[in-house]
Design a protein around this ligand. Structure first.
Ligand code: RTP
Ligand code: MG
Length: 147
C-alpha cells in the first residue's frame, strides 16, 4: 500500500484549514497513519526542501515554512502520491483548478497551503524526516473495501 507525506503549511494552519484539508483526504477514502502539529527547525526545513537549495526563492521558502506550526501527516492508499498531488492542484494557486486545495484556498505561490511528496522516493525520504517508524500506525479500515 502506497504512502505519502503531506504537510499543511503555516498559512493553512493560520487560516484554520486543517480540518477542511484532512476532511478532503478522509472523504476521498485515504487512511491517515500519522499526524502532528510541529514547528520546523531551519535545519529540518533545509533538509526537506534540499532539492531547491540553488533556487532564488530558497531562503524565503525556508523562512516561510519555519514561520509557524505546520501540520505534518502521512496518508496511505492506492496511488495516494499522485492522487494527493492532483487534489492539491498546481504549485501556483493562481493556476490551480477550482476544486483543488490550492485552487480553492490559495492566491500566492509562496503561500500555497499544502506540500505533498512528488514521487515514491520523495515520499520515503520525507516520511523518514518527520516520523519515526513507531509513529506510523499500520491498520486497515474496513470501509476501504468500498472505495
Ligand atoms: P511542494 O514541494 O511545497 O509540495 O510544492 P510543489 O512540489 O508543487 O512545488 P516545488 O517546485 O517543489 O516548489 C516548492 C515550493 O516552493 C515555493 N515556490 N516559490 N517564488 C517562486 O517562484 C516559487 N516557486 C516555488 C512554493 O511554495 C512551492 O510549493
Ligand atoms: Mg515539491
Amino acid at each position: 500500500m502506497e504512502r505519502t507525506y503531506l504537510m499543511i503549511k503555516p498559512d493553512g494552519v493560520q487560516r484554520n484549514l486543517i480540518g477542511e484539508i484532512v476532511s478532503r483526504f478522509e472523504k476521498k477514502g485515504f487512511t491517515l497513519v500519522a499526524a502532528k502539529l510541529t514547528i520546523l527547525s531551519k535545519e529540518t526545513a533545509e533538509t526537506h526542501y534540499g532539492e531547491h537549495k540553488e533556487r532564488p526563492f530558497f531562503g524565503e521558502l525556508v523562512d516561510f515554512i519555519t514561520s509557524g506550526p505546520v501540520f505534518a501527516m502521512v496518508w496511505q492508499g492506492g496511488n495516494v502520491i499522485s492522487t494527493a498531488r492532483t487534489m492539491m492542484g498546481a504549485t501556483n494557486p493562481a493556476e490551480a483548478a477550482p476544486g483543488t486545495i490550492r485552487g480553492d484556498f490559495g492566491v500566492q505561490v509562496a503561500m500555497n497551503v499544502i506540500h505533498g511528496s512528488d514521487s515514491p522516493e520523495s515520499a520515503a525520504r520525507e516520511i523518514s524526516i518527520f516520523f519515526n517508524e513507531e509513529e506510523l500506525s499500520a491498520y486497515e479500515k474496513t470501509v476501504n473495501k468500498w472505495v
